[in-house]
Design a protein around this ligand. Structure first.
Ligand code: PLP
Length: 441
């Protein structure tokens, strides 16, 4: 056995023994061991311990937006850690990276969004938004306004609060989700009926991803968010936009909601704020909400994570946002997003099974269908097989399968070029052709 393979074997054995993986089938881990053990990354590419290189077509977890291997971020982390690795931002304590990052977020976000509470990721940022919405209504003398409405097919995270708001079926199959979470489909009528049934006086907030990510890259119906904004205003319901995937350029604008011409009361951010180089997320609130909280709060709002506004994470995020701006990466998102859509259309011309092409910016998806006319899917999902085949050709893509979805999703790093987009498309073409040859039903 060569030394590279020996290293893999050694790590694989330890992996099975000690490493409990996130979102993992424990049985499969024991049977198969780790597929890739990644060791380095550059641009849109990842390399594993055995030297195999793959294109990271989902920016890992829709988050490595500037691409892998940017040393400036490592330097920003090192500089901050040498000066001050950690200090608390609890109560009246503060630090410059936190202050500067909060200012930057306020500058980038639309409308009157003004003040950020930092977390370590998206789930805790969503929990923070739900808790803060309920706290706000309690301060206003309406503690019964506590229900949170979210959408079917939504994904908001895995903490107890965030998974209780998540509408994707796989996350609902759990014995004890939190109370006071309700779901609607993506129609305005459904929300109106829900408000009618439950009573606006019991509803704290409505939350939605402007463009749903993990649910299959689903765009909202025409004018949907304009109507949502109006209904929330009419019924005194806070509107929370979950921008964890959409935010910081993924859709070709700073934030996903800007594509739909409205401003939410609260925004939830994570992933793209640091391109995954450091774990950080947050909740942004509007100026009026901020002012009311200041006016109404008398005691301490008992909410703060040890790592809220971790100085190193803030410094890394700031550098990441600086790079996105200086290198006009959001413009590249728009241009390469158009190329990706062209590629999807080319695929649909070559394969009658490719349909329901969707996307905005560098967030895109195609469905695999038995019959495009009737939207019928194959009885055995195909997208997973295509992803498996694509791995043999050096492409790490994402399959999304649940009732009503057999989808391939793509969200490559913002630094991608046309040739690389074409490579992704050509590997999918090849992989689907091979899967079809083996037979699909
Ligand atoms: N919200 C959305 C829209 C997400 O896509 C995710 C993660 O994929 C989350 C929230 C949860 O974020 P995290 O995994 O950082 O807790």
């Amino acid at each position: 056995m060569d030394s590279v393979q020996a290293k893999y074997e050694e790590l694989a054995a330890l992996d099975k023994k000690h490493f409990m993986h996130p979102t993992s089938s424990f049985k499969q881990q024991q049977e198969k061991g780790p597929g890739f053990i990644f060791t380095e990354g550059k641009g849109i590419y990842l390399k594993d311990v055995r030297g195999k290189q793959v294109i990271d077509a989902l920016s890992s977890l829709w988050n490595v937006n500037i691409g892998h291997g940017r040393e400036e971020l490592a330097e920003a982390a090192m500089e901050q850690m040498k000066k001050l690795a950690f200090s608390s931002a609890f109560a009246t304590n503060s630090h410059e990276p936190g202050i500067r990052l909060a200012e930057k977020v306020a500058e980038m976000t639309p409308g009157d969004l003004a003040m950020t509470f930092f977390t370590s990721g998206g789930s805790d940022a969503n929990d923070t938004a739900f808790k803060t919405a309920r706290y706000y209504w309690k301060l206003k003398g309406k503690p019964e306004k506590k229900k949170i409405i979210s959408r079917q097919k939504s994904y908001h995270g895995v903490s107890v609060g965030a998974s209780s708001a998540t509408g994707l079926p796989a996350f609902r199959d759990f014995p004890s989700l939190a109370p006071d979470f309700y779901y609607v489909d993506s129609s305005i009528e459904a929300l109106k009926e829900m408000i009618e049934r439950e009573g606006a006086e019991t509803i704290a907030a409505y939350i939605a991803e402007p463009v749903q990510g993990s649910g299959g890259v689903n765009l909202p119906p025409e004018n949907y968010f304009k109507d949502i904004r109006e209904i929330c205003d009419q019924n005194d319901i806070l509107f929370i936009a979950d921008e964890v995937i959409n935010g910081f350029g993924r859709t070709g604008k700073n934030f996903g909601i800007e594509n739909f011409g409205v401003v939410p009361d609260m925004m939830v951010i994570a992933k793209g704020i640091s391109s995954g180089y450091a774990p950080i997320g947050g909740m942004v609130i509007s100026e009026p909400l901020k002012n009311e909280l200041i006016e109404l709060t008398e005691g301490v709002y008992m909410h703060g994570y040890t790592y809220s506004a971790h100085p190193m994470c803030c410094a890394v995020a700031l550098k990441n946002l600086e790079i996105i701006e200086e290198e006009n990466l959001i413009e590249n998102v728009r241009n390469m997003g158009a190329e990706l859509q062209k590629g999807f259309n080319w695929l649909a011309d070559r394969h009658e099974e490719i349909g329901n092409i969707r996307g905005i910016g560098l967030l895109g998806a195609v469905e695999i269908l038995k019959d495009k006319e009737t939207n019928t899917r194959f009885s055995e999902p195909v997208s997973g097989k295509v992803v498996e085949e694509a791995l043999n050709h050096g492409l790490l893509a994402r399959s999304i399968v649940y009732e009503g979805q057999d989808t391939l999703a793509f969200a490559p790093p913002f630094c991608i070029n046309k040739e690389e987009v074409d490579t992704i498309i050509s590997i999918i073409d090849q992989s689907l052709t091979e899967v079809k040859k083996k037979g699909i039903k």
